[in-house]
Design a protein around this ligand. Structure first.
Ligand code: URA
Length: 227
């Protein structure tokens, strides 16, 4: 446990995080959790505003809207995708296009409402023609995601697709291997499944995604009942 905390603090430091926020309080404890919720929502809103004109990488040149992320500031689960597409770039919200509609359905299939989780991406601005974000773009943007994780303190991650999984797990393994088992990410469990856009292109993979999601659901439900 101590090792995991040290590793976590080191990763935060590498990502440029200099402030820490208080952790989630139990919903059964007292009115403190409501205050924590308001604090987190406010901090996230301030951060979104502060970063919206970011020029840390070239992706800003094609940006209409900076897609910071959205959802429950007290989420037990953080869902992480690759980067905004056309619709997300126009609306400034993650996963609102065709892939987003499929993500909503995938979550509903495991009894999760979209607004119960927090949804973010590896990069906050749309890569041209929906190409994969380059390594330099991912690294420039990562401190924003690490800070969101630090504020929200999710207890589990659902990583959508290869780019999210390989970037956060610092791995070059293919999806077949990455999906095989949960991973340790910052001392919490991270589950990997296919990106909804990949499922739209390859509907045959949906059966396997369903198996991944069911495994995730068991652990997520248990964690949710604990909080
Ligand atoms: N694909 C992603 O990875 N993220 C989005 O927000 C939309 C599509």
């Amino acid at each position: 446990m101590k090792k995991a905390i040290i590793q976590y603090l080191e990763q935060l430091q590498v990502s440029g995080i200099t402030e820490l926020y208080r952790t989630k309080t139990s919903k059964h404890s007292d009115s403190d959790s409501a205050i924590a919720f308001a604090d987190k929502a406010e901090v996230l809103a301030e951060k979104k505003e502060a970063y919206k004109d970011c020029r840390k990488c070239q992706l800003w040149t094609g940006r209409d809207k900076f897609v910071y992320g959205e959802g429950n500031p007290e989420a037990v689960c953080m869902v992480i995708g690759e980067g905004p597409g056309a619709q997300e770039n126009l609306q400034g919200r993650p996963f609102v296009g065709e892939a987003g509609h499929l993500l909503d359905k995938m979550l509903i299939a495991i009894k999760i409402k979209r607004d119960e989780v927090y949804i973010a991406n590896i990069v906050k601005c749309r890569p041209p023609n929906n190409r994969e974000p380059e390594q330099v773009e991912r690294l420039a943007c990562l401190p924003y995601l690490m800070e969101q994780i630090e504020i929200i303190q999710p207890r589990i991650f659902l990583l959508m697709g290869r780019v999210a999984a390989q970037t956060l797990l610092q791995s070059n393994q293919p999806m077949k291997v990455l999906r095989e088992k949960p991973h340790d990410f910052l001392g919490r469990q991270a589950y990997v499944t296919y990106h909804p856009a990949a499922l739209l292109r390859n509907p045959d993979w949906k059966k396997e995604a369903w198996i991944d999601l069911q495994k995730f659901q068991v652990v997520y439900t248990a964690l949710q009942q604990e909080t």
